[in-house]
Ligand binder design. Structure first.
Ligand SMILES: Nc1ncnc2c1ncn2[C@@H]1O[C@H](COP(=O)(O)OP(=O)(O)OP(=O)(O)O)[C@@H](O)[C@H]1O
Length: 353
């Protein structure tokens, strides 16, 4: 496997701080792939990006870019010699330079004009060469920032919250566009984001971080369908968490609302161990012959779905609320009783701690 980025046991504690901003992380990024560091504020995403870029130095561990060690105990390559392109949250364009000169800033190779025109075409800004940043929309400014990062054919492009200044419509459009541009440029990219929608839609792999550590690495589908712990289940999307006892032979978990079927249960659980089962709201299906039933307590129509809070009666006469998502064509009312089944697609068994 070819990696463009490798972090081995990398830690960073800022001077004056007692806690590590990044604590012993291991990460590999395959050549040509897009990876997003996703996590809440303060989880260490930007620090990780800054360590890769060389704006900060790790206290321990090793960082390799395109097979070359750029940082360890004895070696240090400065940011400008690492072959990286950077896109900042506010794009950091030079207001007194036009699009052409912003993109070509600092690029003095022989093919200057040709290369700048190439990336201008790649980001779809032909005809805008002479405009100044204040004559551009937010999306166009972002294209300029991305073009500038790509001009030198960097090994790795690093993007720090690139969508956070865009409104929703533009954001949806730019996610697709930025992904196309990066793939077409055959670049390896690392995004930082706290927005799960950005991460799910743009990434080949997502790295979920919390408190300076990596909680889970996986494809968007793996992260959403099979969160590995409570943090990932709650931070990426929503989840119903139920305590239960696992049966590793039947692939089921016995919970207070009944026996839940799971697709497969990974090793690492003892039979009859107490666990948590995470059920995404998308894993419920209304069915008049369904084994489970509940009363609709709340409804919220989002256009794409109806989000329902369902009060389920447990076998020992207790009540348990579930969040479920129902197809928007269903006509349902508060107070109504519905029957349903749980499809095992979005059911994940996780450790209880
Ligand atoms: N220059 C600094 N000096 C001291 N502490 C810092 C510095 N930068 C970050 N930290 C601390 O390191 C931890 C990780 O911060 P970091 O900026 O990497 O998180 P983040 O996940 O990118 O957060 P955000 O989404 O808010 O940008 C936080 O506790 C933060 O307060």
């Amino acid at each position: 496997m070819m990696y463009d980025i490798e972090l081995k046991s990398v830690s960073k504690t800022y001077i004056g701080s007692d806690e590590a901003a990044v604590n012993n992380i291991n990460l590999t990024v395959e050549k040509g792939s897009i990876v997003t560091l996703l996590g809440p504020s303060g989880s260490g995403k930007s620090t990780t990006l800054r360590l890769i870029a060389g704006f900060e130095r790790a206290n321990s561990g090793q960082i390799t870019l395109a097979g070359k060690v750029v940082s360890d105990q004895s070696k240090w390559i400065p940011p400008e010699k690492r072959g990286i392109g950077m896109v900042f949250q506010d794009y950091a364009l030079f207001p007194h330079l036009n699009v052409f000169d912003n993109i070509g800033f600092g690029y003095k190779e022989k093919d200057r004009k040709q290369r700048i025109m190439e990336v201008i075409e790649l980001v779809n800004l032909k005809g805008y060469e002479k405009r100044y940043p204040n004559e551009l929309s937010g999306g166009q400014q972002q294209r300029v920032a991305l073009a500038r990062a790509l001009t030198r054919r960097p090994v790795v492009v690093l993007l720090d919250e690139p969508f956070s200044n865009l409104d929703t419509d533009l954001k949806n459009q730019m996610r697709i566009e930025v992904k196309r541009i990066i793939k077409e440029a055959e670049a390896t990219a690392v995004f930082v984001s706290h927005d799960q929608k950005d991460a799910l839609s743009i990434s080949d792999k997502i790295v979920v971080m919390d408190e300076g550590t990596i909680q889970q690495i996986g494809t968007p589908r793996q992260i959403y369908q099979y969160p590995k712990n409570r943090f990932v289940a709650n931070f990426v999307g929503q989840s119903n968490l139920l305590k239960g006892r696992v049966d590793t032979e039947d692939n089921t978990v016995e919970t207070r609302i009944g026996i839940i079927n799971c697709n497969t249960i990974d090793g690492g659980f003892d039979n009859k161990e107490e666990v948590l089962v995470s059920i995404r709201p998308d894993s419920f299906i209304m069915d008049h012959k369904g084994k489970l039933k509940g009363n609709i307590k709340e409804l919220s129509y989002t256009g794409e779905a109806i989000e329902v809070v369902l009060e389920v009666q447990t076998p020992n006469n207790k009540k348990h609320n579930l969040l479920i998502r129902v197809s928007p064509d269903k006509v349902i009312h508060i107070g109504e009783e519905i029957k349903f089944n749980i499809i095992p697609n979005f059911v994940s068994v996780i450790k209880k701690e």
